[in-house]
Design a protein around this ligand. Sequence first.
Ligand SMILES: Nc1ncnc2c1ncn2[C@@H]1O[C@H](COP(=O)(O)OP(=O)(O)OP(=O)(O)O)[C@@H](O)[C@H]1O
Ligand SMILES: [Mg+2]
Length: 404
Amino acid sequence: MILPLSVGWVIGSKSGGDHLAGVSGQILCPQCRKQNLPHARFCQQCGHDMVLNNAAPSDERRYLITRVIKQGGQGALYEGRDQHGMIYAIKEMLDHFTEARERSEAIARFNDEAELLQRLNHPSIPRVYSHFRDEGRHYLTMDFIYGEDLDELLRREGRFDEARVLFWADQLCAVLDYLHGKGLIYRDMKPSNVMIERKHGDVKLVDFGITKLFKPTERGAQIGTPGYAPPEQYQGLATPQSDLYALGATLHHLLTGRDPTEQLPFSFPPVRHLVPEISQRTSEALERALQRSPHDRFATMYEFRAALRPAAGIRVVAPERGEGARIEVAAELGQATQRRGPPATRPPRARPGPRAAVSSVVSQLVRLILIIMLLGGVLFGAYVYLERPAWVEPYLAPLLEPAP
Ligand SMILES: Nc1ncnc2c1ncn2[C@@H]1O[C@H](COP(=O)(O)OP(=O)(O)OP(=O)(O)O)[C@@H](O)[C@H]1O
Ligand SMILES: [Mg+2]
């Protein structure tokens, strides 16, 4: 059943006006993903309904898809907007399971993710708005994060300097500590599940598909991602120390550029052996986090965070408006205190275009002409004052005559 829309649709974005969202006004069909005109209610290609959350609405929000962000076998991550023009990330799960048990488990995981996220409230976790089923697909909508995930950044940059990684690590420890405090184990820490906001360089944790309440006796089937997941997760057991290991593996990858999914399982040489300029302190902290036995790792996220946060070494300087956060690195890292640039995600400074160059030349010319006119006036005045030419007398005499 299709419910009519009760409100008019706003074309264009309300949040993040600097973003590509809604610029073209085109919308994508949820079925065939072909572009449609902004007002199309049914796809001009396949006739499918363009509006999401109107078949069996979970709330009053109705969504249109504007862009594909990521496409995977199980579904996609879209950018979309609601009837008021607000931008969201729309996570889709396709329901093309052949086995009933597989289907019900996947749907349960997807529903768990949405319900879990709706209960969480942390600056490093996107807020969830709607969670619904629409014509055989499952969707959840959340804050759209303007930025890139660490996997994309690694592909571009290779590896990152220590100060930057420790800046992210501090926030990741904090958000995992928050989850552990709620009895939750994240279970899938890896670069592609961490996004870095473009504006301030802050960290956001995404993908709570396999996050679960920690029950020490319960074993689960979900192992996380090979390469980052610790040995005990392969036996179906996940504890807070499992997240600590996966964070260690993620930080190891960020610092060295060595992808653990392409290496022998659970093999992490000390980071200083691969990148000698990394501090002893960080190298040792990662070695401890990456111990195969959970008991040999740090006991809590809090302890790991403290070990990575050299008291006198690194200070994160609050970002100024519109700037990336700055990091001050001190002697701990073997250098004098210096100001590091903003995070990698800061967009490059805009170069002047041809129109800007022309207008700058014109304004220089106008300035030059004004200066020449002013100088000419001064010289002419001096000439008249000193020489008193005959032709000027009729004009000058009335001015110089004393008033009656
Ligand atoms: N809220 C968001 N805003 C913007 N982009 C996002 C958001 N959430 C996720 N993404 C992007 O979409 C990608 C996939 O999202 P997510 O990890 O939740 O899905 P997934 O299907 O589990 O993917 P994977 O199996 O690769 O981990 C992320 O790596 C990230 O680049
Ligand atoms: Mg993911």
